[in-house]
Design a protein around this ligand. Structure first.
Ligand SMILES: *Cc1c(COP(=O)(O)O)cnc(C)c1O
Ligand code: SF4
Length: 369
């Protein structure tokens, strides 16, 4: 057994252990464990400083999960699933659920309805999924997800990658994983040596708070980056975790330092049992407003809502275009207003392209940062 597998065994899993460690009523933890599995790696549990802190909120079960609005499958993934464990929503790419389990179970998980339950994401369906991809020549991008694909051992993961790589129309592979955040010890030189054989292979990791970027996590990300794997990060906007422009700014800067490009900030999905994590959409826009221009453009993710009912990811941007016409009236990150003269504009201007965009006025509607 590899050492990461041994570490995994020492995770907090039993309701008794979780109740004792965090001083919670045992019957509550037992009840919650039936609705959605509990597991926290001892590594991640060690990063929790106090009850209710941003890392605690993400992983420690809370009776609020038993209340509130939401749906089991708000993104209608089951509706877009032609074979079990595969979601084919977009024209040229699929989401392929290859592992039912995770190293730690995030209380806000969108796939609470099936993650942690082997009967719902079953290894027997992998062959059928690969077969579907082979028959559908329009699929050029395969995203391995779950659960967490890196919970598979190297050999099982390689057997999936190898079979997908052998399909001529599959141009690229992606892995979506939270392992570098919750069990960075899983990222071994053996794993990265295996992964690099399957390029182009992209990886999207999942960090929600700057405190998760520990020395161990940064080292794991470095190993992946050294293996030539382009790294992106997906963050979920969560109340009491990262619904704060300063926290997000710190997070995206630390990600860049670890050679990870922030990719998405997700508005929390309308998932049953996660109401206490949801923020208003305006909060996400406020965060985007506080990032763009104020820190490296490389660190700016896209803020998206994965549309309820299966519409896919829809980007949201603060409003930078004030009006469209022969002149486009824009405002910049500081709220200053500029005019861009369009090509084909009727009235003559003296050499408009040489003039610097003029500053018209301060935009009164903006709050400053
Ligand atoms: C998010 C997602 C993808 C990938 O979307 P990108 O915007 O290409 O990263 C593909 N399929 C499904 C079902 C998804 O939810
Ligand atoms: S790691 Fe991903 S799939 Fe697993 S519980 Fe967390 S959000 Fe859900």
């Amino acid at each position: 057994m590899e050492s990461w597998q041994q570490m995994l065994k020492q995770s907090l899993m039993k309701p008794e252990d979780i109740a004792a460690r965090f001083g919670l009523p045992l019957e509550d933890v037992q009840r919650l464990n039936e609705v959605f599995k509990t597991r926290i790696t001892s590594y991640y549990a060690g990063l929790i400083r106090e009850k209710g802190d941003p890392l605690y909120r993400q992983m420690v079960p809370d009776t609020a999960e038993l209340e509130g609005a939401g749906e089991p499958d708000p993104l209608s993934e089951e509706h877009d699933s032609p074979v079990p464990g595969l979601v084919h929503r977009y024209p040229d790419r699929v989401l392929f659920l290859v592992s039912p389990i995770c190293a730690s179970y995030c209380r806000f998980c969108t796939r609470k309805r099936k993650v942690g339950d082997v009967s719902k994401i079953h290894p027997v369906h992998i062959a059928a999924g690969i077969d579907y991809i082979r028959r559908h020549t329009e699929i050029r991008d395969v995203i391995l997800s779950g659960g967490d694909p890196l919970m598979l051992g190297d050999r099982r993961l390689e057997s999936i990658l190898k079979r997908l790589r052998a399909i001529p129309h599959v141009e690229m592979l992606r892995i979506g994983t939270r392992i570098p955040c919750v069990l960075p010890q899983r990222i071994t030189p053996e794993l990265t040596a295996m992964l690099r054989k399957y390029h182009p292979l992209y990886m999207n990791v999942h960090f929600n708070h700057p405190d998760e970027l520990t020395e161990e996590a940064v080292k794991a990300l470095g190993l992946l980056a050294d293996a030539g794997i382009p790294l992106g990060n997906q963050t979920v906007l969560l109340k009491g975790v990262n619904d704060d422009p300063e926290v997000m700014k710190k997070l995206v800067r630390k990600l860049l330092q670890a050679r990870v490009r922030p990719y998405y900030i997700y508005q929390a999905d309308y998932v049953k049992g996660t109401e206490h994590f949801r923020t208003r959409v305006e909060k996400g826009l406020e965060i985007m407003e506080a990032l763009r221009g104020w820190t490296s453009g490389l660190s700016i993710p896209q803020f998206v809502i994965d549309a309820p009912g299966g519409g896919g990811k829809i980007p949201l941007l603060p409003n930078y275009v004030l009006s469209f016409g022969d002149d486009v009236i824009l405002r910049n990150y500081e709220g200053k207003i500029f005019v861009y003269p369009q090509v084909g504009k009727k009235e003559k201007r003296e050499t408009p392209r040489r003039r610097k965009p003029e500053r018209v006025a301060e935009c009164p509607m903006l709050h400053s940062h």
